[in-house]
Design a protein around this ligand. Structure first.
Ligand SMILES: Cc1cc2nc3c(=O)[nH]c(=O)nc-3n(C[C@H](O)[C@H](O)[C@H](O)COP(=O)(O)OP(=O)(O)OC[C@H]3O[C@@H](n4cnc5c(N)ncnc54)[C@H](O)[C@@H]3O)c2cc1C
Length: 344
C-alpha cells in the first residue's frame, strides 16, 4: 500500500515474506505424517490461516492512550475504518504484528469550532462528513466525502485514514490542499505538532513512528466552494481527476487544487492569482464564460504541461499522448465548472 504511514509501517513491521520473521500464518509441517505417506502434506488449517489478519488488537479510549499503545508496541499499526489497511492485509502487501484501533476514541469522531476554524476529528467518517450539517460548514469537503467510494466504504472510512493513506485519488486531499488545512499530530508524552496537510502529502514532512493524526484544522471561509470529480464511469469510482475550488473573499483569493493527476494535489498558483485579479470582490462576483474557460485551460496547462522544447539542435520531444491530452481537457472542464459554480 502507498501512503504516509506505509513508510513507517514497512520500516517498523516489515512486509510479507522472509523479512516478516515470526509473523508466518502457516502452521509447521507435521513430519510424521509426511514420512508415512511420502506425499506432500497439507498442513492443518489453523485459525490464523483462516484469518491472516489475526493480530493482537488494542482499543484505546483516548488519543494519548493510542500513542502510548503504539510506543509500547513499536511494530503495531493504527487502524481506523480499515478500508485501506485491511485491503493491504488481505492482499498480502502488509502484515502488521499488532493493531491499535482508533475507532473507540470519542474525542476524534466529531468536530468543534475554534477561533474561526473547524477542528475536525481524524476519526470522522466520510459518511458523517457528507451530511447536511457538515456540508453547511465546509461544502467542498462534504462533497468530496460524498464522492468517495460506495456507501459501505464511506460508513467505515475516515478523514484521517484518507489523509494518511495519501492515495493520489484520495478525494478529500485536494479540498484540504485548497483550504490550506493543517493537521494536529499527537505524539509521545502528550506532544502535539501542527503540520500543513499539503506538507505531509508532498512528503516535506512525515508522520514519525508512533504518531497519530488527531485533528484537521480547517479555516471557515463562509464563502462558496466546490469539489468536482471525474471517474470515467457511472456510479462510484476512483477519480481520474478532481478539482476543489475555494473562494476566500477576506483575502480576495481563489484557491484551486487538482487531485489524482499527480502523486499529491497540485495547486496552480499563477492561475489562481490571475483569475482572482479578474473578480469584482465587492460587486457581482460572476465571470464571463471566456474568462472561466481561460482559467480552466490555465489550470490544466499548469498541471499537465507540454514537454519542454528541445535544446537547440536537439531532437524534439514527442507530443503528449492522447490519454494525457484527454486528462488535460478533463482537468480544464473540472476547473472551469468548479469556479463557475462557486461564482454563480
Ligand atoms: C472499494 C473501495 C473504494 C474506495 N473508493 C474511494 C474513493 O472513491 N475515494 C477515496 O478518497 N477513497 C476511496 N477508498 C479509500 C478509503 O476508503 C479511504 O482512503 C478511507 O478514507 C481510509 O480511511 P480508513 O479509516 O478506512 O483508514 P484505514 O484503512 O484504517 O487506515 C489507512 C491508513 O491510515 C493509517 N491511519 C488511519 N487513521 C490514522 C490516524 N488518525 N493517524 C495516523 N494514521 C492513521 C493506518 O495506519 C493506515 O496506514 C476506497 C476504498 C475501497 C476499499
Amino acid at each position: 500500500m502507498s501512503g504516509l504511514r506505509a513508510r513507517t509501517v514497512r520500516r517498523a513491521a516489515g512486509t510479507t515474506g522472509e523479512g516478516a520473521a515470526g509473523l508466518s500464518t502457516h502452521a509447521p509441517h507435521a513430519p510424521q505424517a509426511a514420512q508415512s505417506t511420502a506425499q506432500p502434506v497439507t498442513p492443518p488449517v489453523t485459525p490464523a490461516d483462516r484469518h491472516p489478519a489475526a493480530q493482537p488488537v488494542t482499543l484505546p479510549g483516548t488519543l494519548d492512550e493510542a500513542v502510548a499503545a503504539l510506543a509500547a508496541m513499536p511494530a503495531a499499526v493504527p487502524v481506523a475504518g480499515g478500508t485501506d489497511l485491511m485491503a493491504s492485509v488481505n492482499s498480502g502487501q502488509l502484515r502488521p504484528a499488532a493493531l491499535v484501533g482508533l475507532g473507540r476514541i470519542g474525542e476524534i469522531r466529531g468536530w468543534e469550532y475554534l477561533d474561526g476554524h473547524a477542528l475536525l476529528g481524524a476519526g470522522l467518517t466520510l459518511a458523517r462528513m457528507g451530511r447536511p450539517d457538515f456540508a453547511a460548514l465546509i461544502p467542498a469537503l462534504a462533497a468530496s466525502a460524498r464522492a468517495a467510494g460506495p456507501a459501505q466504504i464511506r460508513n467505515a472510512g475516515t478523514l484521517g485514514g484518507n489523509i494518511v493513506s495519501a492515495a493520489p485519488t484520495g478525494d478529500t486531499l485536494p479540498v484540504l490542499a485548497a483550504l490550506e488545512a493543517t493537521l494536529i499530530i499527537a505524539g509521545p508524552g502528550g506532544a502535539r505538532r501542527e503540520v500543513p496537510a499539503s506538507h505531509l502529502l508532498a512528503g516535506m514532512e512525515l508522520l514519525h513512528a508512533g504518531e497519530v493524526v488527531g485533528y484537521v484544522r480547517v479555516p471557515l471561509l463562509h464563502a462558496p466552494q466546490t469539489f468536482l470529480k471525474a471517474t470515467g464511469r457511472t456510479g462510484p469510482g476512483r477519480a481520474l481527476a478532481s478539482a476543489a475550488v475555494v473562494l476566500d473573499p477576506a483575502r480576495r483569493n481563489v484557491r484551486c487544487a487538482i487531485g489524482a493527476v499527480a502523486p499529491m494535489p497540485l495547486r496552480p498558483l499563477e492561475a489562481e492569482q490571475w483569475v482572482a485579479s479578474l473578480i469584482d470582490w465587492d460587486g457581482q462576483r460572476g465571470l464571463a464564460p471566456e474568462a472561466l474557460a481561460a482559467f480552466g485551460d490555465y489550470v490544466a496547462m499548469a498541471c499537465i504541461p507540454d514537454p519542454p522544447p528541445a535544446e537547440e539542435g536537439g531532437e524534439q520531444p514527442p507530443p503528449l499522448p492522447p490519454a494525457a491530452l484527454h486528462l488535460r481537457r478533463t482537468v480544464a472542464a473540472l476547473a472551469r465548472r468548479g469556479l463557475g459554480r462557486a461564482l454563480a
